[in-house]
Write a protein of this length. Structure first.
Length: 115
């Protein structure tokens, strides 16, 4: 039945770029390239298909960014904790070294008082 055959539709590269920029106006070159590749494997994709591909790419990118941000925050906290521990350890060693060299504890001005 030739009358019931759905005509094939393709999207021009210019229209594809317009769609990509509308979906993600601040897209990186990598995002645009991924979008182009995802669409190129579907040469007869409709605009709805392309929008679905873009939604998947956006979801993957958002998930990746959240994972990177969480990983960075965890690493930042660990580095700050290690730096604090390092400084505390260094200060203790310096105080011990000073006491061993002078034979006296640190001056009273450096020690906490009850006043």
């Amino acid at each position: 039945m030739p009358g019931k055959h759905k005509p094939e539709t393709t999207i021009s590269p210019d229209r594809l770029r317009i769609i990509a920029e509308a979906i993600n106006p601040h897209a990186s070159d990598n995002w645009l390239r991924g979008f182009e590749i995802a669409v190129s494997i579907r040469p007869r994709a409709s605009e709805a298909d392309i929008l679905a591909v873009a939604a998947n790419i956006n979801a993957e990118a958002a998930s990746y960014e959240l994972g990177v941000a969480a990983g960075f925050a965890t690493a930042q906290e660990a580095l700050e904790r290690r730096a604090s521990e390092f400084h505390a350890n260094l200060n203790a060693k310096l105080a011990n070294f000073e006491a061993n060299v002078t034979g006296e504890p640190e001056p009273a001005a450096d020690q906490p008082t009850l006043n």
